[in-house]
Design a protein around this ligand. Structure first.
Ligand code: PEP
Ligand code: MG
Length: 604
């Protein structure tokens, strides 16, 4: 019997397909052929992973000896022996060389064979050893594919990925054609995997309670990322309904795309810059084809998540330059690494913390690893010789941090001058306004920053004390909260008083209900996932700036989220024309007979 479940609409669109269940702790093993000249590097990568796994086990062993004594730690001695076992080590290296395949695949095969043989043994002791082999197998595979359960790119046919949660590294490298949709138990609209799904145009529903227990791999699942509904084992009638919605959605997108080459200008002639947020170089094409005027945010860390090391200057220079040349004459705002928070596991190692979003993240990591920071700044500066580039620092909380970051930037500039390498001496340097403390002192920061871009994803989580990835408190994550509107207004006004350009790169800029309020407040730019640009452009082209100002004034006078929402709805009504009738919700009208949302289960 079909079952309807509801969650958070994390990325719009519809999909029907086979579910692929990704359990916590499960490791997907990528299989890849190697070029002959990659083989020896792959052997070294395997040896390094073994060494790190060895270090991990030794640490663990010591810890347990301390707390439980030698006996308790005996098992780790066995694990160390497996890690050094000739059959394991040498056979894997031989396998990499002979079959020219990646270490993950070869090592996994060997370990699985050993596990199968042992589990068949009649001897209880030997059968138990299979568990140890499995433990070591997982440990080494995690070292080979840091940041998660391997990458989703080895999926062989298109599926709907269902998981408790997805890490940014897992979503960063998926092939859009292979994933029809995501459904997760955790997460919210602005968690990084949701942002990634939107960037890739993959529908997603987050916060679906216990979905991994309610579906098996291979079962049919239908996903509505526009309203946040999921149907498990849909019957024929429901499948037809979802397919029809999918067709309507595609038609709406086609209609909106007709605006692609038209300017984002209000009926009374006020132009607003509309640009795109991207995470990967491949997304530039989508940004341009959706009519973006430049890149308002390049989240550089995504280029390198899911690998063992951060790239050096040359690799970054090549990547950034490629993007800059494609986007010129429009500009690219390159953000320095925002590692930490929910983007852990790469080098420099950002450890799991109790309060990751309040911890060692973004500019804090960069300032602590100045050698890594300096390389990135040199690469960005060098890319600025190839087209308009602006640099932006994430998570600035006060003037000291901005000054320290600029000091490293000056070092980078001096180094390049010494090396005779060209760069744009006038490259603007801005800051993300995403910490309430920074917003409160916009007037001061604006004297030393060339431009400001409001990062509402973090600003909302910090202002309202709502973890952006926590489905349980997602109902409190409110873009139209009066406190958020006031802060945004304060930043725009103070920035403008100092002659600064003020943009917004948080997801709020893609909320059609917020568009008139934001442009009415005088924001210079809105930057968002490429696929969402046409809808926002449609709102801008359907109103006058005077109307938007009236909408913003009224909204700012409201005491409650409800009040602001009512004002926004009244002003925005009809602005999306015939295309979307229910602004901001876009909820599909489910046939009454199918509105059998399993209340008891949904509330579990
Ligand atoms: C933000 O916080 O709004 C933002 C754009 O940055 P990120 O989502 O990468 O934290
Ligand atoms: Mg942020």
């Amino acid at each position: 019997m079909e079952r309807m479940l509801s969650g958070i609409a994390a990325s719009p669109g519809f999909a029907v397909g086979e579910a692929y269940l990704l359990h916590r702790g499960e490791i997907l093993v990528e299989e890849r052929s190697l070029e002959p000249d990659e083989v020896e590097a792959e052997v070294r990568r395997f040896e390094n992973a073994l060494e790190r796994a060895h270090g991990e086990v030794t640490d663990l062993q010591e810890k347990i000896i301390h707390s439980m004594g030698e006996e308790g730690a005996r098992i780790f001695g066995v694990h160390l022996m497996i890690l050094q076992d000739v059959m394991v080590v040498e056979d894997t290296i031989k396998g990499i060389r002979e079959t020219q395949r990646n270490a993950d695949a070869v090592f996994n095969e060997i370990m699985r064979k050993m596990m199968d043989t042992l589990s068949e043994a009649a001897d209880e002791y030997l059968a138990q050893r299979a568990l140890d082999i499995d433990d070591v197998r997982r440990r080494v595979l995690m070292q080979l594919a840091p940041g998660g359960r391997g990458l989703l790119r080895e999926l062989r046919r298109p599926v709907v990925v269902v998981a408790e949660e997805l890490t940014p590294s897992e979503t960063a490298h998926l092939e859009p054609g292979k994933v029809l949709a995501f459904v997760t138990e955790a997460g919210g609209r602005t968690s990084h995997s949701a942002i990634m799904a939107r960037s890739l145009g993959v529908p997603a529903v987050a916060g679906v309670s216990r979905i991994t227990e309610r579906i098996r791999s291979g079962s049919l699942i239908a996903v509505d990322g526009t309203s946040g509904q999921v149907a498990v084992n849909p019957d024929e009638h429901l499948i037809k309904f979802f397919e029809a919605q999918k067709a309507i959605f595609a038609e709406l997108e086609r209609e909106l795309l007709k605006l692609k080459n038209l300017p984002a200008v209000t009926l009374d002639g006020r132009e607003v810059e509309l640009s795109a947020n991207i995470e990967l170089p491949e997304e530039v094409e989508s940004a341009l084809s959706h009519g973006a005027r430049g890149i308002g945010l390049l989240r550089t860390e995504y280029l390198y998540l899911g690998r063992e090391d951060l790239p050096g200057e040359e690799e970054q220079y090549a990547d950034y330059t490629g993007i800059v040349e494609q986007v010129a004459p429009d500009s690219v705002i390159i953000r320095t690494f925002d590692l930490g928070g929910d983007k852990v596991g790469v080098v420099p190692a950002t450890p799991m913390e109790r309060n990751p979003f309040l911890g060692w993240r973004a500019i804090r990591v960069s300032l602590a690893h100045q050698e890594v920071f300096l390389q990135q700044l040199r690469a960005v500066l060098r890319a600025s010789a190839h087209g308009p580039v602006k640099l932006i620092f994430p998570m600035i909380s006060g003037l000291e941090e901005l000054r320290q970051a600029k000091e490293v930037l000056n070092k980078a500039r001096e180094g390049l001058r010494r090396d005779g390498l060209p760069f744009d001496e006038e490259m603007p340097v801005g800051i993300m306004m995403e910490i309430p403390a920074a917003c409160a002192m916009t007037d001061i920061l604006a004297t030393e920053a060339d431009f400001l871009s409001i990062g509402t994803n973090d600003l909302i989580q910090y202002s309202l004390a709502v973890d952006r990835g926590n489905a349980r408190v997602a109902y409190l994550y409110q873009e139209l909260h009066p406190a958020i509107l006031r802060q945004v207004k304060m930043v725009i006004d103070a920035g403008h008083r100092h002659g600064r350009w003020v943009g917004m790169c948080g997801e709020m800029s893609a909320n059609p209900l917020a568009t008139m309020i934001l442009i009415g407040m005088g924001l210079d730019e809105l930057s968002m996932s490429p696929g969402l640009l046409p809808e926002i452009k449609k709102v801008i082209r359907s109103c006058t700036h005077a109307e938007a100002k009236a909408c913003a004034d009224e909204a700012l006078n409201q005491d409650t989220v409800e009040g602001v929402t009512a004002v926004a709805r009244r002003y925005t009504e009809g602005k999306l024309g015939e295309l979307v009738t229910d602004v901001g919700e876009g909820a599909a009208e489910f046939p009454p007979v199918l509105q059998t949302i399993d209340e008891e289960n949904n509330n579990a």
